[in-house]
Design a binder for this molecule. Structure first.
Ligand code: ADP
Ligand code: MG
Length: 700
């Protein structure tokens, strides 16, 4: 790429020091290239002219040729305005100004053809445009004919300081005249041919000065593809380096533990997705590089058994394995579940949590170090210094978002070579995002639920229907089911939230009195021991109702609980709602999720509630969530740089992203060093991209 493009923006004709400072601070434009890469948000179609008789109440931005016949001032004080009568052969309308009255009155020419442009509004029977763009027809004809006028991103400060969209369009023209010869091709001919991409220079021309919809679409595709292609290329190269650098234990053997379990002790037939994922993991483990794999699967999709089988492969290769869970209750459940599954295998499995007794601990430490303990399951307690594995070959981490990166690497420092890492999460990271952000983390997805699951029925109910909801609860309890009632707890409003929780608890206790009904309550201000006690009563079926804050969000498994009531549901985020809902629907019975809210709901809240009632698919929900919140919020991906996309949209351009990834991956396979002459443009651009934007100091 030519150095011309690196010229500081100050040097562009029409940009003085003041404007340069504004462009830098407001839009991050430092160089010619930055300006060239400022892409329009949208386009105004100026290919069409309207006559006044064609106007309709629904017309948006229109362009009309006519004459001003009369000007008057109307109104007083704040509503004082200038009103011009504007006519063409078909009728009359008004042009209105609330500001700059004096100047406009003086400069408006009577009975001279103008082109008026703006948003029409209807008052009574007549139409008007407030603050129209007015251009003399004569000038309009002379001017460069831009059919579709680009609208550039702007800020209030920019437009207040006179850098209007029109100025921006002008700067873009000046810029283009200067640099358009310096815009070089960045993709190989074969890629361009395969995808029928227009040349790069043409793409830039058409994105900034489009003549028609069709060429604009081609320009957009070309530039989106290019942007995503280079991001994918970087991620894939990084992935390669990572694979080369971090050595790991190759688990070549598939031995007795795995085979016996698979052939004789599987309690059910694996789903197709589970089989596929196990295969992916087996392949990965067979190589002498550290596995870093994210296992995504919606709640209830059966990640545990996959984790167990992965651990068995480690054992078959004479290594130990551990499983870390975010809470004690979850750790206990995993311990019980896995112990049960492995009953017939000759295995030693232990549980280590904060409440493990000193004596147990000592035994665990001992058997870990002499290698007689095969699998250790627990909480953060696993990270204590005293916990020393003889040879840890695999660490499974359940619900990754509760563990920071630092904690992960702590686990891994106990070895000569790092153990393989399998992270299980039910927080569905949209495929697009996972693919682009976790370029160095391999992702396996269980996208199929075990057969026979009944979809959870989700409904939205207003607070004034509470009595009916109580009636429903009573019926379900009569059938032997258990109920969750969850309240939001948000740090900023903690005191109020606790009051809501306690009020709610009291009214439920009134409605469902002892001794017929037993209620558990669990919240963050309780002592851990009390919390566990209450939780266990519910798990063991001694209580029918569990009133709680979101502490139950992660992982608890009570198959008999079939109703989830979420209070003030509008205050929860989508992924949280989905996680909560996932606590039910784990048994054979029809399950329900009831979202309770008041009547006052924001648009976003309505979308969230609607999404929940319409789908059970975690990935679909995650995509909506991503659209509502923007990617920055999700998984702390803000710094990823992937999300500072200039033209592509990580959600909407999902398909383009996939194409880009496939092409990038094929290219690297064919020409890993980008050394072939044909790939020179890619190589040059890649080097450039690397120099100016370092997108990969995240995650690892
Ligand atoms: P999650 O992915 O949420 O961790 P679990 O591993 O806890 O899901 O599995 C949820 C439930 O589904 C468990 O009771 C488990 O025994 C059961 N399960 C898992 N896989 C299958 C399968 N292939 N067929 C039938 N039931 C399954
Ligand atoms: Mg689980």
């Amino acid at each position: 790429m030519s150095s011309k493009l690196q010229t500081p923006i100050d040097y562009l004709k029409g940009v003085g020091p003041n404007r340069a400072n504004l462009l830098r601070s407001e839009l991050g434009i430092h160089t010619y290239q930055d300006l060239l890469n400022l892409f329009p948000n949208r386009y105004i179609d100026k290919t069409q002219y309207y006559t006044i008789s064609q106007l309709q109440p629904t017309s948006a931005d229109v362009q009309i040729i006519g004459k001003v016949t009369h000007i008057k001032t109307a109104g007083e004080g704040r509503s004082k305005r200038l009103v011009a009568t504007f006519i063409d052969q078909t009728g009359a309308m008004e042009l209105v100004w609330f500001k700059g009255l004096k100047w406009i009155r003086e400069s408006l020419k009577i009975n001279v053809p103008y082109v008026a442009f703006g948003k029409v509004q209807r008052f009574g029977s007549s139409y008007s445009i407030a603050h129209p763009d007015l251009e003399l027809l004569e000038e309009h004809k002379k001017g460069l004919r831009i059919a579709m006028q680009p609208v550039y991103p702007s800020t209030e400060k920019l437009s207040n300081r006179g850098i209007t969209n029109r100025v921006m369009n002008g700067l873009m023209q000046t810029l283009f005249q200067e640099v358009h010869k310096s815009i070089e091709e960045s993709l190989s001919e074969s890629i361009r041919n395969a995808l029928k991409l227009i040349p790069r220079r043409e793409a830039y021309l058409n994105i900034h000065f489009p003549q028609q919809q069709e060429t604009l679409a081609k320009a957009q595709f070309r530039l989106k593809f290019e942007e995503l292609f280079f991001i994918q290329l970087q991620l894939l190269v990084k992935n390669q380096l990572h694979k080369q650098k971090i050595k790991g234990y190759a688990f070549e053997a598939i031995g007795d533990y795995f085979t016996t379990f698979y052939n004789e002790h599987l309690p059910f037939e694996l789903t197709g997705a589970q089989k596929r994922v196990v295969k992916e993991i087996r392949n990965d483990l067979g190589k002498p590089a550290q596995m870093n794999r994210l296992l995504q699967g919606d709640v209830g999709s059966g990640k545990t058994i996959v984790a167990l089988m992965t651990m068995l492969i480690a054992l078959d290769n004479n290594f130990q394995a551990c499983l870390m869970a975010p809470t004690e209750i979850l750790a206990i459940q995993h311990f019980q579940g896995i112990s049960e599954l492995c009953e017939k295998l000759d295995l030693k499995i232990a549980l280590l949590t904060g409440s493990s007794k000193t004596k147990e601990r000592r035994e665990i430490h001992q058997s870990l170090e002499d290698g007689s303990l095969h699998i250790l399951i627990g909480t953060h307690a696993l990270l204590e210094d005293k916990v020393k594995f003889k040879n840890l070959g695999l660490a499974v981490i359940d619900e990754q978002h509760r563990f920071g990166v630092a904690q992960r690497s702590k686990l891994w420092h106990k070895n000569e070579l790092p153990p393989h890492i399998l992270i299980m999460t039910a927080t569905p990271i949209p495929r697009t995002l996972a693919m682009s952000v976790y370029g160095d983390l391999d992702v396996s997805v269980i996208d199929e639920l075990p057969p026979g699951r009944k979809a959870i029925k989700t409904v939205h109910r207003y607070d004034n229907n509470r009595l009916k909801v109580f009636g429903f609860i009573r019926d379900e309890i009569k059938k032997g089911r258990q109920i969750y009632v969850v309240y939001p707890l948000i740090q900023e409003s903690e005191a109020l939230d606790y009051k809501d929780l306690m009020d709610g608890y009291e009214s439920i206790a009134r409605e469902f009195p002892m001794p017929d009904y037993q209620i558990s309550i669990v919240h963050g201000q309780m002592k851990p021991a009390d919390k566990d006690y209450e939780m266990n009563r519910f798990v063991n079926g001694e209580t029918q109702i569990m009133v709680a804050t979101t502490v139950i969000e992660v992982g608890v498994n009570v198959p008999n609980a079939s109703v989830m009531i979420i209070e003030s549901a509008e205050r929860f985020g989508l992924s949280q709602l989905h996680q909560l809902r996932g606590r039910v629907g784990r048994g054979a019975d029809q399950s329900y999720c009831i979202l309770m809210t008041g009547h006052k709901l924001s648009e976003d809240s309505k979308t969230r509630l609607q999404t929940m009632t319409q789908t059970n698919d975690g990935f679909e929900i995650a995509e909506v969530d991503l659209k509502l919140r923007g990617p920055g919020d999700i998984m702390g991906t803000q710094q990823s740089g992937v999300l500072n996309l200039k033209i592509a949209d990580i959600v909407k351009d999902n398909e383009v992203m996939k194409i880009a990834r496939n092409y990038a991956s094929a290219l690297l396979k064919e020409d890993p060093q980008l050394a072939q002459p044909e790939n020179l443009p890619v190589r040059k651009t890649y080097a450039q991209v690397m120099k100016f934007k370092n997108i990969w100091n995240y995650i690892s």
